[in-house]
Design a binder for this molecule. Structure first.
Ligand SMILES: O=c1ccn([C@@H]2O[C@H](COP(=O)(O)O)[C@@H](O)[C@H]2O)c(=O)[nH]1
Length: 478
């Protein structure tokens, strides 16, 4: 521990510099959650003062004599990233980076950089209030098999973050506490007694209740499927969770074959190993009422749900007609369908009101596995919000990353899964079963050609089923 007088003088000088560059401001500021605070810390500005960044890194390094015991460091995105980079460079300790979202599908992981299973990691953060940002980083590092037990932060606002982190097994080291910062600034005549008092009163009155934060946050990624039944408002999601628990499978087959008889053969062969049987009915040659009747009876026999990947994307009324009328009469035999959010919530309303099976569900497409997809963050967020609004109908979302983790009633369906291939040369991008379950948050993985093109589809289905189920068990037991 760096406790010499000289160290304290340097720390004090650093605190004053923070004030001078406006990284610490006093007045009336609105916090993220809309409350007023008399002190505002914006450490982002430090990147414009490289010498000060160097001083900060030195102070942190000196305060953590055991830093070299860690295998890697990781900054909490985004403000702490340059701080972590500077420390990593100075100590020659490798760094990894956590993505806030796995945006560029396919090649990019949630944790970037080189690391090994069970590497120990020191988390670096700028300011801690509740500690929840550090915990989000811990969650992704843990999912990548990286061990995290300690974090070092520039400023502890002393509002309960340290306790929440401790409760979650993370020991926090702080370069400065807010009390110490105020003391230094007062001694340097940067602030008045009145400001110090205001800040002290504010800290006392605005403690984050760690027990509330600990208790109220649900995490679907840690919950067994059967426990999620009671959180769902959609009948098909409930049925799906039950089937997955009973059959011990989270595999959805994409039966993209064009011959009706071959589809029925496939359904018989893989039926015992899947929870969902996904079709694109408009590619089928030989579609008939008998075909539908046979498919339905195989679904009943092997206890899986028929799922037509229709991707409705028109105005509500047209989607309603496409769903219930025409040659395929989808709403009479497929309890599950997909829809785009592109044209607004009228589509969901229309699908709910259409004639057809009494129990039905919709997977809303929030992200696409195809390379160059035009879907952006704003679209993804609006799609999830739209689905949440219609939770009686919405079974879940088709997506590629961990969305809606605190909403265990929804199912994440993730296509683009294949062993031994990264793409099909036509835009499709593949991940392994382990990656979609552990890194991308899938609840159900969709496998198409990985099974349908295998020499023995039933054996391939068993292999995918095992890999996916083992990854799920690993995820909930971590
Ligand atoms: O983003 C998406 C949405 C849907 N799909 C569908 O999944 C299967 C994937 O088949 P593979 O043979 O495993 O590539 C296919 O039916 C797509 O329409 C998707 O791939 N990506």
């Amino acid at each position: 521990m760096a406790s010499s007088k000289c160290y304290e003088d340097r720390l004090k000088a650093f605190a004053v510099e923070l004030y001078k560059i406006n990284a610490v401001k006093f007045g009336e500021y609105k916090t993220k959650v809309g409350l007023m605070t008399p002190v505002y810390c914006d450490l982002r500005v430090i990147v414009s003062y490289p010498k000060l960044m160097g001083v900060l890194a030195d102070l942190i390094i000196e305060s953590m004599p055991h830093m070299k015991d860690f295998d890697i460091v990781c900054g909490v995105p985004y403000t702490a990233l340059p701080i972590a980079t500077t420390i990593s460079y100075k100590v020659d300790l490798p760094m990894v980076m956590r993505r806030k979202e796995a945006k560029d599908y396919g090649t990019k992981k949630l944790i970037e950089g080189f690391y090994k299973d069970n590497d120990t990691c020191l988390i670096i953060e700028d300011v801690v209030t509740s500690g929840s940002s550090i915990l989000e980083t811990v969650k992704d590092l843990t999912a990548a098999n990286i061990q995290t037990t300690e974090a070092v932060v520039l400023l502890n606002r002393e509002q309960g973050g340290e306790k929440l982190l401790k409760d979650n097994g993370i020991k926090m080291h702080a370069l400065l506490t807010m009390t110490q910062l105020m003391k230094f600034l007062k001694e340097a005549d940067c602030v008045t007694d009145e400001t110090c008092q205001k800040v002290a009163d504010y800290l006392k009155a605005s403690q984050v209740d760690a027990s509330v934060l600990n208790k109220t946050k649900l995490d679907r990624l840690k919950m067994p499927y059967e426990e999620r039944i009671s959180h769902s408002s959609n009948a098909i999601a409930k049925r799906l969770f039950k089937i997955m628990s009973e059959k011990k499978t989270n595999l959805c087959i994409a039966a993209d074959l064009t011959d009706a008889a071959e589809i029925l053969n496939l359904a018989e062969a893989v039926g015992p190993h899947v929870c969902l049987f996904k079709t694109h009915i408009d590619i089928v040659e030989g579609f008939s009422e008998v075909f539908v009747k046979n498919l339905k009876s195989i679904a009943e026999k092997h206890n899986f749900v028929l799922f037509e990947d229709r991707k409705f994307a028109d105005i509500g009324k047209t989607c309603q007609l496409q769903y219930s009328k025409g040659v395929y009469g989808v709403s009479s035999w497929a309890p599950l369908v997909t829809a785009h959010s592109l044209t607004g919530s009228g589509v969901l309303e229309a699908l709910e009101q259409a004639e057809g099976l009494a129990e039905r569900g919709v997977f809303v497409l929030a992200e696409c596995s195809a390379k160059g997809s035009l879907i952006d963050d704003k679209y993804v967020k609006a799609t999830v919000a739209m689905g949440v609004e219609k939770k009686s109908l919405v079974t879940g979302f088709v997506c590629q990353s961990k969305l809606f983790v605190e909403q265990p009633g929804f199912v994440q369906l993730t296509p683009g899964v294949q062993l031994g291939s990264s793409g099909d040369g036509l835009g499709q991008q593949y991940n392994t079963p382990e990656a979609v379950m552990l890194e991308r948050g899938a609840d159900v993985a969709v496998v198409g050609r990985g099974i349908t093109k295998a020499s023995n589809p039933a054996a391939a289905a068993v292999e995918y089923k095992k890999l996916l189920w083992d990854s799920y068990l690993k995820r909930i037991s971590n």
